[in-house]
Design a protein around this ligand. Structure first.
Ligand code: PLP
Length: 358
C-alpha cells in the first residue's frame, strides 16, 4: 500500500456490491429490499417533476425543509423539523453520528449478529468497536456482557455510542422490556441509536421515548418498505442539539435533487406505496412454516426477512451456493442465512429450491 495511506485501513475490505446483470434476473432475496418496483404512475410523476421543475445546472435546496415537514407528519408524536435530519442513505447518518459523538472520544458497542455497517464505518474512522454476543435462543442482548463492556475502557476509551436495530437484522427480533430497561439506565453522555429501518413492517417505534431521552436517536430509511433503495434517502429523529450537530457535519447538498423529489413524492403517496405490506407479512409466515417443514432452524421475525440456520456454517454456505445456482440469492451473515420475503412467486420458488438443496 502507498505509504501515504493510513495503515489501519490495510485490513479493511471495500464493502461495495456489484449490481446483478439485468438480463436473466434471479430472485434477489439478499438485501431486504421490497421485490416490487415502484408503480408506473409514480415513475411517471417523478419523471414529470424532473422535466418541469428541476434545474439540472443548479444545486439542490440545501435545507430540504419541505421533506422534513412531510416527515414530521409521517413520524408524528409531535416531532418538529428541528428534530429531523436527512442522510444519503442511513449509512451516511451512521457516519455523521460517529463523527459527532465518538471520533477521538470513545468506542462503539454492537451486539452480534447485527447490521455490519456500524462496525465498518467506525473502523474507517479509527473508532474502536466493542462486540458482544446475543443470546442464541431469542437473540436478546447479553445484558451482563453489555454492562461489563460499558464499565470498562477499550484501548483507553469508554463506550460513547450503542447501536441497535429494532427489529434486529439479520435475526428479526424486537427489543424486549429488559433490554429497554437497560437502555434507560445508560448515562446521558452515551448515545443510543435505535435503527428502525424496518419500522413499516414491525409497526413498533421508540420515537415516543425520545422526549425523555435526549441521548437517544431513531434512524429510518426510504430504502426498505418505501421502495426507494435506488435513491439513497435516510433520516434521523432526535434531540434538536444532536440534530444540530449532525447538520454541522452534513456535507453540502448531500441529497441529490432527484432523491429529494422521490422521497417527497413517496411521502405524499405513502399509503399507496405501503399497500403491499400485509401481503409481505402473511408471506413471511408462510415462508417461516415452509423453512421449518424443510427442517431448518428458523426464528420469528418482525421485519420483511427471516433468519434461518441449517446447523453449521459450511452447510449454510453450501445451501447459499446451491440456491444461487437455481436462481435465488440469499445472504449468509451472522452465522446463518438471512432471507428477504419476496413476491409470493419468489417465495414459492425459494421453498421449492430449498427442498432440492437440503
Ligand atoms: C437496510 C438497512 C438500512 C438502510 O440503509 P440505507 O443506507 O438507508 O439504505 C439501515 N439499517 C439497517 C439495519 C438496514 O438493514
Amino acid at each position: 500500500m502507498l505509504p501515504l495511506i493510513r495503515p489501519d485501513l490495510a485490513d479493511l475490505a471495500a464493502y461495495h456490491v456489484t449490481a446483478l446483470e439485468t438480463t436473466d434476473v434471479p430472485d434477489k432475496l439478499d438485501a431486504n429490499e421490497v421485490s416490487l418496483d415502484l408503480p408506473d404512475w409514480f415513475k411517471l410523476k417523478l419523471g414529470a417533476l424532473a422535466e418541469d421543475q428541476v434545474l439540472s445546472n443548479r444545486y439542490p435546496d440545501g435545507e430540504y425543509t419541505q421533506l422534513k415537514q412531510l416527515l414530521c407528519q409521517y413520524v408524528g408524536h409531535g416531532i418538529t423539523t428541528a428534530q429531523i435530519t436527512l442522510g444519503n442513505g442511513s449509512d451516511e447518518l451512521i457516519r455523521s453520528l460517529l463523527l459527532v459523538t465518538c471520533l477521538h472520544q470513545g468506542a462503539i458497542l454492537v451486539a452480534e449478529p447485527t447490521f455490519s455497517m456500524y462496525g465498518i464505518l467506525a473502523q474507517t474512522l479509527g473508532i474502536p468497536v466493542v462486540k458482544i454476543r446475543r443470546n442464541e435462543t431469542d437473540f436478546a442482548l447479553d445484558l451482563a456482557a453489555a454492562q461489563n463492556a460499558m464499565d470498562q475502557q477499550h484501548g483507553g476509551q469508554n463506550i460513547k455510542a450503542v447501536f441497535l436495530v429494532h427489529p434486529n437484522s439479520p435475526t428479526g427480533n424486537l427489543l424486549q422490556e429488559k433490554e429497554k430497561q437497560w437502555l434507560h439506565s445508560l448515562p446521558p453522555e452515551v448515545l443510543v441509536v435505535i435503527d428502525e429501518a424496518y419500522f413499516e413492517f414491525s409497526g413498533k417505534t421508540m420515537i415516543p421515548e425520545l422526549a425523555d431521552h435526549p441521548n437517544w436517536l431513531v434512524m429510518r430509511t426510504f430504502s426498505k418498505a418505501l421502495r426507494l433503495a435506488a435513491y439513497r434517502v435516510g433520516y434521523a429523529v432526535g434531540h434538536p442539539d444532536l440534530i444540530g450537530a449532525l447538520e454541522k457535519v452534513r456535507l453540502p447538498y448531500n441529497l441529490p435533487t432527484m432523491s429529494y423529489l422521490a422521497a417527497m413524492l413517496a411521502m405524499m403517496h405513502r399509503d399507496e406505496l405501503l399497500t403491499n405490506i400485509p401481503e409481505i407479512l402473511s408471506e413471511r409466515e408462510r415462508v417461516y412454516q415452509g423453512l421449518q417443514d424443510i427442517g431448518l432452524d428458523v426464528w420469528h421475525s418482525a421485519g420483511n426477512f427471516i433468519y434461518a440456520r441449517s446447523g453449521n456454517h459450511e452447510q449454510d454456505q453450501a445451501l447459499l451456493i446451491a440456491l444461487a445456482k437455481r436462481g435465488t440469492i440469499v445472504r449468509q451473515t451472522g452465522g446463518g442465512l438471512r432471507i428477504t420475503i419476496g413476491t409470493p412467486e419468489e417465495n414459492t420458488r425459494l421453498l421449492e429450491r430449498f427442498q432440492y438443496c437440503v
